[in-house]
Structures are given as structure tokens and as C-alpha cells.
Design a protein around this ligand. Structure first.
Ligand SMILES: *[C@@H]1O[C@H](CO)[C@@H](O)[C@H](O)[C@H]1NC(C)=O
Ligand SMILES: *[C@@H]1O[C@H](CO)[C@@H](O)[C@H](O)[C@H]1NC(C)=O
Ligand SMILES: *[C@@H]1O[C@H](CO)[C@@H](O)[C@H](O)[C@H]1NC(C)=O
Ligand SMILES: *[C@@H]1O[C@H](CO)[C@@H](O)[C@H](O)[C@H]1NC(C)=O
Ligand SMILES: *[C@@H]1O[C@H](CO)[C@@H](O)[C@H](O)[C@H]1NC(C)=O
Ligand SMILES: *[C@@H]1O[C@H](CO)[C@@H](O)[C@H](O)[C@H]1NC(C)=O
Ligand SMILES: *[C@@H]1O[C@H](CO)[C@@H](O)[C@H](O)[C@H]1NC(C)=O
Ligand SMILES: *[C@@H]1O[C@H](CO)[C@@H](O)[C@H](O)[C@H]1NC(C)=O
Length: 349
């Protein structure tokens, strides 16, 4: 083999490097990095680091749980709810508030959230703002006013802006036709009028899960950009599969939640995977992190952030530790570092 590799061109050698760092090679996935303090009952986390170095973590629980810590590793301390009185949006009785996404715009933190209930397609995306991130400082701004549609579900919002002068893009969605993206106005408190076309489908998986009644779920998108080898790549991370089943009703192995990625050279796509498959109509998506070992099952609800303490890129997520349990309050907060040097994210220790 070695002599064959020696004959390869520089370009092919680069490809060999990519294969060696295959994110689909489960034996390379390390355990989650340590987490101290309040690391449980976490779903769909969104993590931001304030200018003073304090980390804040928002997650689905009641009216959105806020926790803070001096370090991404903790100790995490629960601070209270983001919207103690709920949202002014009403979509259905017994509605829930899900999947916060927090982003700094000039001097204001924007927190997008979904209002929904399991199975509901007439969900909505709302906005709350704060100057400090602290519990007790959030003002609900209500609905963003994105158009409702039979094609998608207005949940799992994620705001993306490449620089302080670039346009804002919001991706969202779950089930039905998967992930959509639309441009927002500046400030990002409503859909952009000037680019007021309907949201674009950017990722969809038409494959039916084993014993599943419909196409696979792709949701929880998170956009991230990184300059690698002179090329600016736009990554679309998403969660694929069954998020939250209980023992006795677990998805077929491989169909449980897992973290996938697609990549493009424009923020609006088209996105494709490492094998070159389209993520819109080719069931594309490269596995970044799935169930592994005894302690990590169905990781998802992820985000990506540059950890300034460690000087590394962190992939954070929720997961089930089967040794602890599969119930809502058993879900754990976890993170690992990512190596992007191959142009594709690889989870490393
Ligand atoms: C998977 O990764 C391990 C550890 O780096 C390595 O030893 C093994 O050869 C890899 N397997 C494949 C199929 O690439
Ligand atoms: C831990 O955080 C969760 C919300 O994420 C909260 O419901 C729970 O009360 C917190 N536990 C403690 C001991 O603070
Ligand atoms: C954050 O935690 C890590 C791991 O415990 C540690 O190595 C690092 O020094 C901490 N950083 C700060 C700024 O405390
Ligand atoms: C929640 O409602 C109570 C009672 O109406 C009110 O006093 C309080 O200011 C509200 N809190 C927020 C954060 O809006
Ligand atoms: C419309 O969106 C594109 C990016 O998709 C952006 O370059 C352009 O400036 C936007 N136009 C207006 C008028 O906002
Ligand atoms: C698509 O769905 C199938 C069936 O659940 C699953 O095995 C596969 O990993 C999914 N692929 C992506 C890219 O989500
Ligand atoms: C699919 O359904 C059949 C019939 O109910 C059952 O025997 C089989 O175990 C199921 N497979 C999985 C992977 O759940
Ligand atoms: C990952 O491995 C699974 C199972 O061997 C395979 O079906 C899938 O196509 C692989 N995905 C990639 C991106 O190589």
C-alpha cells in the first residue's frame, strides 16, 4: 500500500488525509469533554460567551432554561427562565417553547425560539432580546412573522451572519420537507422585505427510516463558516433521526438522533456532503457524531462555537447516557472539539 500512496499526486494525498480522518469512523469518537455543575435536563442547547468571558447556555425546558458558567466545562449554574411568563405567541393550547438560538447583534442579544407542540405544523418562531443575557432581562418581541406553509414547520431557528456587515440568514425546520432558509431584515426582527421571496429548502432526507411511517426527520440546523486552505466554507450542521424515544420504542440502530453536516461555498448553498451527494435531493449528509460506546446515545440539538479558553472549535450538543436514563430530565449536555483542517469537521479529543 505504501508504495501506491507514494505514487499519488499532492491532490490525492490530500484525499488520503481526508479518508484517514473519516468522521464516519466511530472508533475515533472520544467521550464528551468533562461537564461540571448543572449538566442535565438539557435539550437543544445554545451556547454564547459574553465579552467578560462568562459562558451562557440556553436550552429547552419550561420557558427556556438559562445557565451560566466561567468555562465551557462548567461549573454550570441554573439562573432561571428566559420567558417566565411564556411567549405572547399563541399557536395551540398547552403549547411549549423550544430550541432557543442566541446571537449577538451590535450590543443586543437576540434569542429566537419556537412555539409548538409535538406533531403540530402550525408552529411559530419568536424573538426575545436582552442587553446582558441574564435571567430577568429578556423582553419578548413576539412572532418574527415568517410565513406559515404546508411545506415546512417553523421550529428550530438558527441565525447566521458571516460578519457585521453581511446579510442575516435564518434556517429553520423539521420533518415535512426538512430545513429551510430565508433572509432576515437588519436588525433581524422580521423577514427581509427586499429579498421577500419565500424560504428556500436547503436540506431534505427522503429515505424512510426502518419501520418509520414517513421520510427521515432532519432538524435543528446550525450554520457556521470557517476559512480553510484559502477557501471559505459554509457548514450546515443538523440533527437527523429520532430524538427522544424511550426503551421499548427505540429507533432501529442508526436511525436514532445523530449529528450530520453538509457544506457549501455560499451561505445559501447548494449544500452537499463529503461524498459529493446533494443534501437537498440526494439524501446527503456526512455523519459528524453518532451513538458510541456505553455512555453516548443519540447526540443532537447541536451548535458550534469557538472556545476562546481552549483556542479550539467546540461542537456542543445534548445526548442520552443509557447508564443514567432516557427520560426528558436525564438528557445530558456534552461537547467535543472539532478539527476542520481537512475541510470537514472531525470530532477529536
Ligand atoms: C478508524 O480510526 C482508528 C483510530 O484512529 C484507526 O485505527 C482505524 O484504522 C480507522 N478505521 C478505518 C476503517 O478507517
Ligand atoms: C438544572 O437546570 C435545569 C434546567 O436546565 C433546571 O430545571 C433544574 O432545576 C436545575 N437544577 C438545579 C439543581 O439547579
Ligand atoms: C477551562 O477549563 C479547562 C478544563 O478544565 C481548563 O484547562 C482551562 O484552564 C479553563 N479555562 C479557564 C479560563 O479557566
Ligand atoms: C410576568 O407577569 C407578572 C404578573 O403579571 C409581572 O409582574 C411580571 O413583570 C412579568 N414578568 C415579565 C418578565 O414579563
Ligand atoms: C438580497 O440578498 C442577497 C444575498 O442573498 C444580498 O447580497 C443582497 O444585498 C440582498 N438585497 C437587498 C436589497 O437586501
Ligand atoms: C436519512 O434517513 C435515513 C433513514 O432514517 C438514515 O439512515 C440516514 O442516516 C439519513 N441521512 C441523513 C443525511 O440524514
Ligand atoms: C420492524 O417491524 C417488524 C414487525 O413489527 C419487527 O419484527 C421488527 O423487529 C422491526 N424492526 C425494527 C428495526 O424495529
Ligand atoms: C457511514 O457508514 C454507514 C454504515 O456503514 C454507511 O451506510 C454510510 O453510507 C456511511 N456514510 C458516509 C458519509 O460515509
Amino acid at each position: 500500500m505504501k508504495s501506491i500512496f507514494q505514487l499519488l499526486s499532492t491532490v490525492s494525498l490530500l484525499k488520503v488525509g481526508v479518508i484517514e480522518a473519516d468522521s464516519n469512523n466511530t472508533s475515533t469518537w472520544p467521550d464528551p469533554e468533562p461537564c461540571s455543575g448543572n449538566c442535565s435536563a438539557i435539550h437543544d442547547p445554545s451556547v454564547v460567551r459574553r465579552a467578560d468571558g462568562t459562558w451562557f447556555r440556553f436550552s429547552t425546558n419550561g420557558n427556556i432554561a438559562i445557565a451560566s458558567a466561567p468555562n465551557l466545562t462548567g461549573p454550570w449554574e441554573y439562573q432561571g427562565a428566559m420567558l417566565p411568563n411564556g411567549s405572547e405567541i399563541q399557536v395551540i393550547e398547552n403549547q411549549e417553547i423550544w430550541a432557543p438560538d442566541v446571537f449577538l447583534v451590535d450590543d443586543t442579544y437576540y434569542a429566537y425560539y419556537a412555539v409548538s407542540l409535538v406533531g403540530l405544523q402550525t408552529s411559530d418562531i419568536g424573538l426575545a432580546t436582552s442587553d446582558t443575557l441574564e435571567a430577568g432581562t429578556w423582553t419578548d418581541q413576539g412572532s418574527l412573522g415568517l410565513p406559515k406553509s404546508n411545506s415546512y414547520n417553523l421550529i428550530d431557528p438558527n441565525l447566521f451572519r458571516e460578519s457585521s456587515t453581511a446579510p442575516f440568514f435564518m434556517s429553520f425546520g423539521s420533518a415535512w420537507n426538512g430545513i429551510y432558509q430565508t433572509q432576515l431584515s437588519s436588525p433581524p426582527d422580521s423577514e427581509s422585505d427586499s429579498n421577500g421571496t419565500s424560504p428556500n429548502n436547503i436540506a431534505y432526507n427522503s429515505t424512510h427510516p426502518v419501520n418509520g411511517s414517513g421520510p427521515a426527520i432532519v432538524e435543528g440546523s446550525f450554520q457556521f463558516w470557517w476559512l480553510q486552505g484559502g477557501t471559505k466554507y459554509y457548514y450546515l450542521f443538523f440533527s437527523s433521526g429520532a430524538c427522544c424515544n424511550l426503551p421499548g420504542n427505540l429507533a432501529a440502530p442508526g436511525d436514532e438522533y445523530k449529528i450530520m453536516v453538509c457544506r457549501a461555498t455560499s451561505p445559501t448553498g447548494p449544500f452537499s456532503d463529503q461524498a459529493g451527494k446533494s443534501c437537498l435531493d440526494g439524501n446527503g449528509g456526512t455523519l459528524v457524531l453518532g451513538s458510541h460506546g456505553e455512555n453516548v446515545y443519540a447526540p443532537g440539538g447541536q451548535g458550534v462555537i469557538f472556545d476562546e479558553d481552549a483556542g479550539r472549535i467546540a461542537l456542543y450538543y445534548h445526548y442520552v447516557n443509557p447508564q443514567i436514563g432516557y427520560a426528558f430530565n436525564d438528557f445530558q449536555f456534552g461537547f467535543n472539539y472539532l478539527d476542520l483542517s481537512s475541510g470537514w469537521p472531525v470530532v477529536v479529543s
